[in-house]
Design a protein around this ligand. Structure first.
Ligand code: NAP
Length: 285
């Protein structure tokens, strides 16, 4: 078996096209969607992720700006910026690039964002809505994973889905999205025992670990499964996913590449969320 590649670049390009049309329509009726991002410090990976998010905004006609704060920024200074963005009528979406430097309290910062501008979908109110089965502003990576699977008509209903990750950014919201689509969900993490045994029973396996000592091999995958590779790590300076692509592509039915899989979907979903936030705020949703 050679796996069908779930082409995130292609599906993201399609999603971005739809966003662009929507943005033009909104602008014609007087709404100009706008995203504000916040970067604290000079972490190169964070700066590079933000660069691609702003480029995507520009291509879609969404206004955007980045607030770059020095690494020594205090909690109070950061929260004050969030308060300003919360009340700025021009700003529809606020994204604080994570991770923040260690002296800052990420959870509190996220809670300071007004939920209707929380385009990362991380505010407890948005997470709570999702847990209740209401899909509003949903975190971009899980949303993108579901969109990618749905595009390729990978069945979810009744299927066994296993997610190796329990973070609020990836695993928890994805579990809710899968549950909403009638999958039977198992979540695994660093304390899971006999992980390969459990993963071999999964029809859909999502791996979001991102540690260089962790790899999903062919023997961990049920033949015919859909495998989604989210984790990113550096090995000998090279960026790689969690999955041994060459070997797993021989047993899986569907597989995402790295790069070109989940990454582009994440950016496209940020654009969708910004448009959704702008619609909510203009009262047109
Ligand atoms: P995180 O908070 O560090 O989560 C990592 C998860 O992996 C945790 O749940 C952790 O378990 C689990 N884990 C660690 N070692 C493990 C092991 N040996 N066996 C099984 N599980 C293990 O990171 P995150 O923010 O969720 O992101 C996860 C990865 O996805 C990162 O590599 C990140 O760069 C990548 N990512 C990619 C995109 C994209 O667009 N491509 C977007 C978001 C994230 P515990 O909970 O027990 O610690």
């Amino acid at each position: 078996m050679t796996a069908t590649i779930l082409d995130g670049k292609l599906v993201a390009a399609e999603a971005k096209k739809h966003v662009k049309v929507e943005v033009e329509r909104m602008k014609a009726s007087g709404t100009n969607p706008h995203l504000s991002t916040v970067l604290v410090g000079d972490e190169p990976a964070s700066a590079s992720y933000l660069k691609s998010k702003h480029k995507a905004c520009q291509e879609a006609g969404i206004g955007s700006e980045n607030h770059h704060l020095p690494v020594e920024t205090t909690q109070k200074e950061l929260e004050n910026l969030i308060f300003k963005l919360n009340v700025d009528p021009k700003v529809n979406g606020i994204l604080v690039q994570l991770p923040l430097p260690g002296h800052l309290d990420e959870n509190t910062v996220i809670e300071r964002i007004v939920p209707y501008k929380d385009v990362d979908g991380l505010h407890p109110m948005n997470a709570g809505k999702l847990a209740s089965g209401i899909e509003g502003l949903v975190p971009c990576t899980p949303k993108g994973i579901v969109k990618l699977l749905e595009h390729y008509k990978v069945p979810l209903r009744g299927q066994r889905a296993m997610i190796v990750n329990r973070s609020t950014l990836v695993g928890r919201p994805l579990a809710m999205l899968f549950l909403n689509r009638d999958a039977t969900v198992t979540m695994a993490h660093s304390k899971t025992l006999n992980l390969p045994e459990v993963s071999r029973s999964a029809d859909i396996l999502v791996s979001a670990v991102g540690r260089s000592n962790f790899q999903v091999e062919a023997k961990h995958v049920k033949p015919g499964a859909a495998v989604v590779d989210v984790g990113l790590s550096r090995v000998d300076g090279k960026l790689r996913g969690d999955v041994d692509f060459g070997e797993v592509s021989k047993v899986a039915k569907y597989l995402t590449p790295v790069p070109g899989g989940v990454g582009p979907m994440t950016v496209a979903m940020l654009l969708e969320n910004t448009v959704m936030a702008a619609m909510i705020q203009s009262g047109k949703n």
